[in-house]
Design a binder for this molecule. Structure first.
Ligand code: NAD
Length: 328
């Protein structure tokens, strides 16, 4: 694709991961347009390309955008992503994440947009049957949130077969860290992710970090996760998009670091990086939290030549801390 003449529409680009992808795509010379309704995003995260405020469920707006700009690729980051809320209010999640995505996909089909990149999640796998979890692992999500993402994966496969759209499904493990230049970072409201929460405690914004269960069958009793830097995720979008356009094919990729840390280990790393004591309080387990999940990104390594740049959790934490002190 001629970078200067075709546009990438970044839906949800005012959010955490979409904003980092926008920065990297723009730095590679691509023209970007962010569409975001700012339900959870931040206008000051949109520092590259054009910005259009609006909803993916608005077919008139989508028709106007696709008629106005020669868009070649849509990257779809926009979704509601709170596991607990999805259990209490599944309607909100099916409506936005599934019905909204169908509205977006139908507009894409109407306007013959050839390429689609979708933000999926390791939550589509549910409780792992083996580790590390690769793309062949069976998908049995534990929450309505995970189910909405898996439903969209199924829809994409059917739309590709019927309408010829090419897709890249990218399943992120735990996104973490921030732009190394400190221009953008993680700022969810409410925040539920462990790293920004422990950094809030380090900053004195919260009294303690809540640890949901310390009786899991792991080395220290707390849950274990795989943290991947947000910039590594952003680069994977660039590579997956270029792969799709080069081969004119669809595919799915897990994006993870292949390393894993328990909740207590993350707290220790945060204490080391920030130099602050982080008090913790053990509370009940949360429903739907798998004990341990670690991903395999072998497929992305082989096919996309993608490898995480940020391999050390201390480095990931340091980029998050740098941003966190500025924005909070
Ligand atoms: N953060 C993670 O660790 C993680 C892990 C796996 C998958 N994901 C997925 O990655 C994507 C991005 O996650 P994030 O952490 O950047 O979330 P985020 O909430 O920061 O960003 C999502 C953006 O989408 C926008 N949005 C939501 N609904 C919309 C709608 N109907 N129309 C237009 N805009 C809308 C929000 O305003 C927000 O700016 C999500 O799809 C999420 O499910 C995130």
């Amino acid at each position: 694709m001629n970078k200067a003449q075709k546009y990438i529409l970044i839906v949800g680009g005012a959010g955490y991961i979409g904003a980092h992808a926008n920065k990297i795509l723009a730095s590679e010379g691509y023209e970007t347009i962010v569409l975001d309704n700012l339900s959870y995003g931040h206008i000051d995260f949109v520092q590259w390309g054009k910005f259009i405020q609006g909803n993916i469920a608005d077919p008139i707006l989508l028709d106007k955008i696709f008629e106005t700009y020669p868009i070649e690729v849509v990257m779809h980051f926009s979704a509601f992503a709170y596991v607990g809320e999805s259990q209490r209010n599944p309607a909100k999640y099916y409506q936005n994440n599934v019905v909204g995505t169908l509205d977006l996909l139908d507009a894409i089909v109407r306007h013959n947009i050839p390429y689609f990149v979708f933000s999926s999640t390791c939550a589509t796998f549910g409780e792992p049957q083996y580790l590390p979890v690769d793309e062949k692992h069976r998908q049995l999500p534990l929450s309505p949130y995970g189910k909405t993402k898996l439903t969209v994966e199924h829809i994409l496969k059917d739309y590709a077969a019927a309408y010829g759209i090419k897709y890249a499904i990218l399943r992120y493990f735990n996104a973490a860290g921030a732009d190394p230049e400190g221009m953008i970072g993680e700022d969810h409201d409410p925040e539920t992710h462990l790293i920004p929460l422990v950094l809030d405690v380090a900053l004195g914004k919260r009294e303690y970090i809540e640890v949901f269960g310390d009786d899991y069958p792991t080395k220290d009793g707390t849950c274990i996760r795989d943290y991947i830097h947000v910039n590594d995720l952003a680069y994977a979008h660039l590579l997956a998009m270029e792969w799709m356009m080069h081969y004119n094919q669809s595919n799915d990729f897990n994006l993870s670091n292949g390393t894993s840390f328990s909740v207590k280990e993350i707290i220790q790393v945060a204490e080391k990086v920030t130099g602050k004591k982080i008090p913790q309080r053990i509370t009940e387990r949360r429903a739907g939290d798998p004990t341990k999940i670690v991903g395999s990104s072998q497929k992305a390594a082989v096919m996309l030549n993608w490898e995480p740049y940020y391999k050390s959790i201390e480095e990931i934490m340091a980029t998050a801390w740098n941003w966190h002190q500025k924005c909070h």
